[in-house]
Design a binder for this molecule. Structure first.
Ligand SMILES: [Mg+2]
Length: 244
C-alpha cells in the first residue's frame, strides 16, 4: 500500500448485514419458523443442522452471485434447490418457496440495539452504505426497518459489478459518499471482506467483532458500536492511520 498522509476522518461507510441489521438472527428464526410451518423440520436431525444447512447453501450460492455467475433472484433458486435436495425434496416453484421463507425472515428482522445510539453519537460525520447485495433489496429492507434516511448514499455490488473486498467497491462507496478514501472509515463485521478490503483500498477500517473472536488482530476492533465513537476519536486525532 502507498504511504499516505494522515487525514481527518469525515465520513463513515457502513456494511449492512450483521453490522446494522441482524441478518443472522432473522435468517435463523425465519428458516426454522418456515420449516416448522411446512412440516419439514423433522426431516433434519436437529434445528441446528437445518439452520446450518440453509446457511451453508446460502453462502455457496451467494459466492456465485458475488462472482457474477448468478443473478440475485437466481442465487435464491439455487439455494432452495440445494437445500431441499438434501432431504430428497424439490419445490414446485423455487421462487414461491423462497418467497415463503422471505415472509418469515421479514417478520424477524431487526436493527441491532447499538445502531441508533451510535449513529446519533456520530451525527457529525457523513454516513453512507456499501453492501455486497442488490440495491433494490437493501433499499426496501432499510426503508422497512427505518434506517434509510440516516444515510446519504447506498452502493451495492449487484449494480456496480464489483464486490467487497475489491478496491473498486470501496472506491465507489466513497465516491457516492462524496469523500476521498483517506477521509472515510469503513465499519463491517467481516475481517477480510470488510476491514482488510477497506484498508487495501486506502480507507480506514474498524472491524465490528460482535462475537469477540478476534483478540490480538492487527485491525482497530470494537465488540459493540457503543465503542465506535471513542475509537474514531482516537483514529482521528491520536494514532497514525492504521496502515497494514
Ligand atoms: Mg456484513
Amino acid at each position: 500500500m502507498a504511504d499516505r498522509v494522515a487525514e481527518e476522518v469525515r465520513g463513515v461507510l457502513w456494511d449492512i448485514d450483521d453490522t446494522l441489521f441482524d441478518y443472522s438472527g432473522a435468517e435463523r428464526a425465519g428458516i426454522l419458523e418456515y420449516l416448522a410451518a411446512l412440516g419439514l423440520l423433522d426431516a433434519f436431525t436437529s434445528a441446528e443442522e437445518a439452520h446450518a444447512s440453509w446457511n451453508a447453501d446460502m453462502e455457496a450460492a451467494y459466492e456465485r452471485f458475488l462472482a457474477g455467475e448468478l443473478g440475485f433472484q437466481e442465487q435464491r433458486r439455487v439455494r432452495v434447490e440445494a437445500f431441499l435436495g438434501r432431504i430428497g425434496r424439490a419445490a414446485a416453484d423455487p421462487d414461491v418457496w423462497f418467497a415463503g421463507y422471505l415472509d418469515a425472515f421479514t417478520r424477524h428482522r431487526r436493527v441491532f440495539d447499538d445502531v441508533i445510539p451510535a449513529l446519533d453519537a456520530l451525527s457529525g460525520y457523513r454516513h453512507g452504505l456499501l453492501s455486497n447485495s442488490s440495491s433494490r433489496y437493501q433499499e426496501d429492507k432499510l426503508a422497512a426497518i427505518g434506517l434509510r434516511g440516516r444515510f446519504v448514499s447506498l452502493v451495492c455490488s449487484g449494480e456496480i459489478g464489483h464486490a467487497k473486498p475489491a478496491p473498486e467497491a470501496f472506491l465507489a462507496g466513497c465516491a457516492a459518499l462524496g469523500l476521498p478514501p483517506g477521509q472515510v472509515v469503513y465499519v463491517g463485521d467481516k475481517l477480510t471482506t470488510d476491514a482488510h478490503g477497506a484498508l487495501a483500498a486506502g480507507l480506514r477500517a474498524v472491524w465490528l467483532d460482535r462475537r469477540g473472536v478476534g483478540e490480538g488482530v492487527d485491525v482497530p476492533r470494537v465488540r459493540t458500536l457503543a465503542d465506535l465513537p471513542e475509537l474514531l476519536r482516537v483514529i482521528d486525532f491520536g494514532a497514525p492511520p492504521p496502515i497494514r
